[in-house]
Design a protein around this ligand. Sequence first.
Ligand code: ATR
Length: 277
Amino acid sequence: MLKLGLIGYPIQHSLSPWIHEQLMAQQNVKGSYELFEIQPENFNQKIKSLKNSRLDGFNVTVPYKEKIIPYLDEIDESARALGAVNTVKRKEDQWIGYNTDGLGFVDSLIHRYPESTKYGNKALILGSGGAARGIYHALADTSLQRVDLANRTIERAEEIIQDRPVTIQSNALDLHQASERMVDYDLIIQTTTVGMSPDTNVVVPIKDLKEGAVVCDIVYRPIETEFLKTAQKHGASLHFGHEMLLQQAVYAFKIWTQTKPEAEPLLSKFEEKLKGV
Ligand code: ATR
């Protein structure tokens, strides 16, 4: 019996137990996925007791993706470069940390739009929080010619670019500049919390888009955000946040089980689940 779980706060509405139960069923793996909601003041004590428990692996979410690092025995290179861990696997008595956030995004994107990261293409990331950083690192590893970052607080975009793990052409923009220059990009990724239900705003207005542009939003509640609706009106091809979420979970599941689960067969069931929540 595999024992898996999630640590974070607050996490009562997490979709992870549902997703991992589906993946266990798909792969014929017997096990459980439990929520460990840890209050910030109890973090040290709870993590120590989890380390002594028989947990085989767990996901880490807000606000503990950085705080977990001192408790790990090993950390994979890409998680170290990001300074954040979202997946932990137990190997004998050791905890090993990984980060599947950015890879999950790029994988789901390339699966849907194989040409979107091809050589010569330019990408724009809107937002400069933890999610943007993970996606930036993963995109920097593709063939893209440049990856720019735009943020309300431009200093946070500059910081991500300064810390970049590999050389890639990048500029930091403010949101006004982003709105004016959107037509230059082949790929646009919305990573801010703007547009998350019940909010129906867009982080920047879309005035014009390049022909053939792919526009993504990592917000998955609602599945079709205002930002994506406007992008579609301007002729964009859309990529949705819930596909990325599913792919991140698939990556974590692979790390824990060495099986090869597939996101695609779960997609329509996941959409129904999201619409019902
Ligand atoms: P996460 O780790 O999920 O990416 P985060 O670190 O809190 O979350 O980052 C949230 C992102 O949404 C940031 O880019 C934030 O912009 P700032 O860095 O300027 O705070 C952006 N964001 C949140 N609310 C916003 C708003 N009303 N308008 C524009 N950007 C907003």
